[in-house]
Design a protein around this ligand. Structure first.
Ligand code: FES
Ligand SMILES: [Fe+2]
Length: 393
C-alpha cells in the first residue's frame, strides 16, 4: 500500500518561504490515513481516553486504576487494549486479545489476581506472562514468547495515562517537558474533573484539519472576531507561537487583566518585565500528534483529535475539562468563551473539509509571519510519515 504513496508527492519543505501545504488528498484519502495510523500513530505517545466506570464520579477511571490488581479495557484508534496495575504499583498496557484464539481478556473494569480468558480459561499474571491453561501441558516449545501478552509502553502524568502502540520517536518526557516547565504552580494531580454533556462526538474534517486549525492563529481575527468574540478578549498584538520538537505553545495576554492568570501558576518568563500588570489569557499547548492542553485561569480543557480508521473525513473529538478554580470554572463560557470558540472552529473546519474534497483544492502556501505554526505541523507530519523514505523515488 505504501508503494502508492510516494514521499515526493507529499513533500513539505522545511523552509516556509518555499513550502507548500500537504496536498488535499492527505486529508481525504483512506490510504493516506492508514499510512498515518501505521507511522505517526504508532510512533508517538497517545493519551488513553477516559472510560466510563459506571456509577462512579468522572475522576474514577484513573482513580480506579490506582489500586493494585485493577484493570480496565479501553479502545484506541479502533483497537482493543487494557490497562493493568501490577502488585508493585507499575502500570501495564496490553492488547485486549488472548494469545490462544484472540478472545478479549478483560470485558469490564475489575480487580483481581490472574487474568483469566473467558473463552477457554488461559491464565496470565498481571505482568502479562502466560501462567497456565488446561490441556496445554504436553506441548513442545511452549509457551513461546508470543504466548505471553505483548507489553506496550505506558507513561503516567498527573491524571493522564499515555501509551505508545509501537516504538515511540522519543521518550515520553520529551513530548511534555516544555508543558510541565510552563506551569510550575499547577499540580495536574489536583485538578478537579468536571463532566460535560458531550465529551466525545464525531465531527467533520480529517484529524489534521483540526490540528491545523488549532495551530492557526491567523484565523482568530476573522473567525473569532468581535464584538464579544475571542479577538476582543485577547491582546492580539502580544500573541506568541513557540515551536518545540514535539509540542508547541501559543499564548497571549488578556485584554482585561482581571481575566488573566495568577502569575504564580506560570513560569516567570510569562511576565512582561515592562508591564507587570499584564496577565496571560491562556496557554494553548499542542502535543504531537493530536492532543491539546488548554490552560486557562479557570482550569484545563483537554482535546483529543482522534482519527477514525476508514473515515478520513471525520474525527472523533474528545473534550475533557478540569477546574483549578471552581468559581471561575463556572464563568468559563462567559468570560473565556470556551464553547463559543469551539463552535466557531467546528463550523469553519467543516466548511474547509468540503473544500478539501471538492477536487478544486490546490496545495496552499504559508504566510511566513502568521503561519509558522501550521507549517511546523505539516512538516512534522510529513517527516514522521516518510522519515525513512524521504529520498524521492
Ligand atoms: S481465546 Fe483465550 S483461552 Fe482461548
Ligand atoms: Fe479557532
Amino acid at each position: 500500500m505504501r508503494e502508492n504513496l510516494s514521499a515526493k508527492d507529499f513533500l513539505v519543505e522545511p523552509d516556509i518561504r518555499r513550502a507548500e501545504s500537504l496536498p488535499a488528498s492527505a486529508f481525504t484519502d483512506g490510504e493516506f490515513l492508514e499510512l498515518e495510523l501505521r507511522t505517526i500513530f504508532a510512533k508517538t505517545w497517545l493519551l488513553v481516553p477516559e472510560q466510563d466506570i459506571s456509577g462512579k464520579d468522572p475522576t474514577s477511571f484513573t482513580g480506579f486504576l490506582k489500586s493494585s490488581g485493577s484493570r480496565s479495557p479501553f479502545t484506541l484508534l479502533g483497537k482493543p487494549f487494557f490497562l493493568q496495575r501490577g502488585q508493585r504499583a507499575q502500570l501495564y498496557c496490553f492488547p485486549n486479545v488472548c494469545t490462544h484464539a484472540w478472545h478479549p481478556l478483560v470485558n469490564s473494569p475489575t480487580t483481581g489476581g490472574a487474568i483469566v480468558c473467558p473463552q477457554h480459561g488461559r491464565q496470565f499474571d498481571v505482568e502479562g506472562r502466560f501462567l497456565s491453561q488446561t490441556g496445554f501441558g504436553s506441548l513442545e516449545n511452549f509457551p513461546r514468547e508470543s504466548d505471553h501478552l505483548r507489553t506496550l509502553q505506558v507513561a503516567e502524568w498527573g491524571p493522564f495515562i499515555f501509551t505508545a502502540l509501537d516504538h515511540p520517536l522519543a521518550p515520553f518526557h520529551e513530548f511534555v517537558q516544555s508543558v510541565q516547565q510552563s506551569i510550575p504552580g499547577i499540580n495536574l494531580s489536583n485538578l478537579r474533573r468536571h463532566r460535560l454533556d458531550a465529551e466525545v462526538r464525531i465531527v467533520e474534517g480529517n484529524w489534521k484539519q483540526h490540528v491545523w486549525n488549532y495551530m492557526d492563529n491567523y484565523h482568530i481575527r476573522f473567525v473569532h472576531k468581535g464584538p464579544g468574540g475571542l479577538a476582543d478578549a485577547i491582546d492580539q498584538s502580544t500573541y506568541k507561537t513557540e515551536l518545540y520538537k514535539y509540542s508547541s505553545l501559543q499564548w497571549v495576554y488578556a485584554h482585561n487583566p482581571e481575566y488573566g492568570f495568577d502569575p504564580r501558576l506560570l513560569a516567570p518568563r510569562f511576565q512582561d518585565p515592562k508591564n507587570l500588570d499584564r496577565r496571560v489569557f491562556a496557554l494553548w499547548w499542542f502535543v504531537f500528534p493530536n492532543l491539546t492542553l488548554n490552560f486557562y485561569p479557570w482550569g484545563l480543557s483537554v482535546n483529543i483529535y482522534s482519527p477514525i480508521p476508514g473515515q478520513p473525513d471525520n474525527t472523533q473529538f474528545h473534550w475533557y475539562q478540569y477546574a483549578i478554580n471552581e468559581e471561575m470554572f463556572h464563568q468559563r463560557n462567559k468570560t473565556w468563551l470556551s464553547e463559543q470558540v469551539d463552535d466557531e472552529d467546528i463550523e469553519a473546519i467543516s466548511l474547509v473539509s468540503k473544500g478539501a474534497r471538492s477536487g478544486y483544492a490546490p496545495r496552499g502556501r504559508f504566510a511566513p509571519e502568521e503561519e509558522a505554526g501550521p507549517h511546523w505541523f505539516h512538516r512534522l507530519a510529513y517527516e514522521t510519515i516518510f522519515e525513512d523514505q524521504t529520498t524521492p523515488r
